[in-house]
Design a protein around this ligand. Structure first.
Ligand code: 4AD
Ligand code: MG
Length: 453
C-alpha cells in the first residue's frame, strides 16, 4: 500500500512492507549506497531513502536525478541521521518518470521572479508547496468559520450584467465579432455582460431570504494597476447578513480575520515555520498580534486628521473627501496604531451606490479593515435598505433603476437592515504567510499583460 510521506514522518514506529511514491529532491551517492531525499508534496519535510547497490532497480540509480519520479518499497527503520526519526531502507526501487538535466528546479534557491516563469513547476518547490498547501487549508477554514455560525454557502454568478462597485473595471463577456459588437441586444444573453467584480448584489437577495449567507468565488477586475496587491482575477469571500448593522458587521469582520490567523498558527505550523524562516521573519509576531489585540476602530474623518497631523511625507497628498492610498492605510495600521485598524463612515461621494447613507447626509456606513503589510484587506458596508434613498443614490451614480429592478424589489418586499463585506482571499494569504506579492499566493496569476499557463 502506498503511504503519504506526511503520515510516515508523523509516526515513529518502524515498519516493514512500506511503499512510497514521489519525486526526488536530491540524491547523494557514497560507497555502495545512495541517499535520496524524496517528496510527494504532502508535507514540507522530505523522507530520506537509503538504497544500497544490491537493491533491485539500483542499476538505474544514475537516472534517479532531481525531479524524477520513483516508487520505493522498503522498511522504515530508526535513522542514524540527525533531524529525522525514521528513514526508508529500500528493498526495491523503480524509476517511473525521468527528469533530464533541463529540469529548472535544481537544488539552489531560485528567485520568486524566476519561479513565476515556471508557474507549472513551482508547486514542487518548498516555498510554493507550503503556499498552496496553506491556501487549500485556509479555504477550508473559511468554510468552517461560516458553517459553524450557520451561514448558508451560496453560489453567485460569474457572468453578470451589473457593475456592483460602479468603477467600470469590468471584463466584457461576448460572442459578438467585428461590427456586431456595437449591438448588445444581438449578443448571447441579449444584453451586455461581464465577468463579475463582486457577488454582493446577488448575495443580498439570498440574505433577504435565508438570513446569513456567504459566497466564496472568483472575481475579476480590469484595473490596470500593476501593484503587488492587485490581480485581475482573485477570490473573494463575501458574507451578507440580514437584520445586521455596521457595528455587527465590523465585529464579524474582525473576528473572521483573527480566526484565520489563529487557524494558520494551529493547523499550518510546519509550513508557517518555513515562511518565518525564509520569507518573513516577522510573520509569527504579526499573526500573534492580529490574534491577541483588539482592532482599532475610527471614523474616516478622524483617520484623515491623523494623517494630516502626522507630518509624514506621502507620495500622494492626503485629501479630505478622497480615497485613501495604500501608503496612507499602511501608515495608520503599521506606524500610527501598530494594530489592525477598521475605518468607517466614509464620504458618500467616493463609495458605491448600495451603501447606507448616515443621518449627516454626507457619509455612508462603509467600513474598510486595514492590516500591517497590506493596507485594505476587507471592504464592506451596511446596505441602503430604504427604497427612496436607494433610488436617490442610483440617480447620483447615474445608474438606471430599471437595470437593478430585482435589487430594488428587495427594498419593496419586506426590506430589512442588512450588511456584509468582502475579504480578498489572496490578501489574506499575504497577511498569513508574509509573501509580499499577490502573484505568489495564487496558482496562476492574471495581471495586466500576463495570462500564461
Ligand atoms: O472593497 P471591495 O471593492 O468591496 C467589494 O467588492 C464589496 N462588494 C464587498 C462586499 O461588501 N460584499 O473589495 C473587497 C476586497 C478588498 O478589500 C480587497 O481585499 C479585495 O477585495 N480586492 C482585491 N484583491 C486582489 N486584487 C484586486 N484587484 C482586488 N480588488 C479588491
Ligand atoms: Mg474597497
Amino acid at each position: 500500500m502506498r503511504h503519504l510521506i506526511k503520515h510516515i514522518l508523523a509516526t515513529s514506529e518502524p515498519k516493514d512492507g512500506v511503499t512510497v511514491k514521489g519525486w526526488i529532491r536530491t540524491r547523494r551517492d557514497s560507497k555502495g549506497f545512495s541517499f535520496i531525499e524524496l517528496t510527494d508534496g504532502s508535507c514540507l519535510a522530505n523522507l530520506q531513502v537509503v538504497v544500497d547497490s544490491a537493491t533491485p532497480g539500483y542499476e538505474r540509480i544514475s537516472d534517479c536525478t532531481t525531479g524524477a519520479s520513483v516508487m520505493v518499497d522498503g522498511s522504515l527503520v530508526p535513522s542514524p541521521a540527525q533531524g529525522q526519526k525514521l528513514e526508508l531502507r529500500a528493498t526495491r526501487i523503480e524509476l517511473i518518470g525521468l527528469a533530464d538535466a533541463s529540469y529548472p528546479l535544481q537544488k539552489k534557491g531560485h528567485s520568486m521572479e524566476f519561479l513565476r516563469t515556471v508557474a507549472h513547476l513551482r508547486p514542487r518547490s518548498n516555498l510554493f508547496g507550503a503556499m498552496f498547501r496553506m491556501r487549500g487549508k485556509i479555504a477550508f477554514a473559511i468554510h468552517e468559520f461560516f458553517q459553524k455560525r450557520d451561514f448558508i454557502f451560496v453560489h453567485t454568478p460569474i457572468i453578470t450584467a451589473s457593475d456592483c462597485e460602479g468603477a467600470g473595471e469590468m471584463f466584457r463577456v461576448t460572442t459578438l465579432k467585428g461590427k456586431e459588437e456595437q449591438r448588445p441586444e444581438a449578443d448571447f444573453f441579449g444584453k451586455s455582460t461581464y465577468l463579475t467584480v463582486s457577488g454582493q448584489l446577488e448575495a443580498e437577495t439570498f440574505a433577504c431570504a435565508l438570513s446569513n449567507v456567504y459566497t466564496f468565488g472568483p472575481t475579476f477586475r480590469a484595473e490596470n494597476s500593476n501593484t503587488a496587491r492587485h490581480a485581475a482575477e482573485f477570490w473573494m469571500i463575501e458574507p451578507e447578513m440580514a437584520f445586521f448593522d455596521l457595528e455587527a458587521n465590523m465585529d464579524l469582520a474582525e473576528e473572521f480575520i483573527q480566526s484565520m490567523a489563529r487557524y494558520a498558527l494551529e493547523h499550518c505550523a510546519e509550513d508557517l515555520a518555513f515562511f518565518g524562516k525564509f520569507v518573513d521573519k516577522g510573520v509569527h509576531e504579526r499573526l500573534g498580534f492580529v490574534v491577541d489585540r483588539p482592532f482599532v476602530r475610527i471614523p474616516y474623518t478622524e483617520a484623515v486628521g491623523i494623517l494630516k497631523a502626522s507630518g509624514k511625507k506621502f507620495e500622494f497628498p492626503v485629501d479630505d473627501g478622497q480615497n485613501l492610498q495604500s501608503e496612507h492605510e499602511r501608515f495608520l495600521t503599521e506606524e500610527h496604531f501598530k494594530a489592525p485598524t477598521t475605518l468607517f463612515n466614509y464620504p458618500r461621494e467616493i463609495k458605491p451606490f448600495y451603501m447606507r447613507q448616515n443621518d449627516d447626509g454626507k457619509t455612508v456606513t462603509a467600513m474598510d479593515v486595514l492590516v500591517p503589510g497590506i493596507g485594505e484587506i476587507i471592504g464592506g458596508a451596511q446596505r441602503e435598505e430604504r427604497l427612496d434613498q436607494l433610488l436617490e443614490n442610483m440617480r447620483r451614480h447615474n445608474l438606471r433603476p430599471e437595470d437593478y429592478w430585482w435589487y430594488c424589489d428587495l427594498r419593496r418586499y419586506g426590506t430589512v437592515p442588512h450588511a456584509g463585506f468582502g475579504l480578498g482571499f489572496e490578501r489574506l494569504l499575504m497577511l498569513l504567510t508574509g509573501v509580499s506579492n499577490i502573484r505568489d499566493v495564487i496558482p496562476f496569476a492574471r495581471t495586466p499583460g500576463s495570462a500564461e499557463f
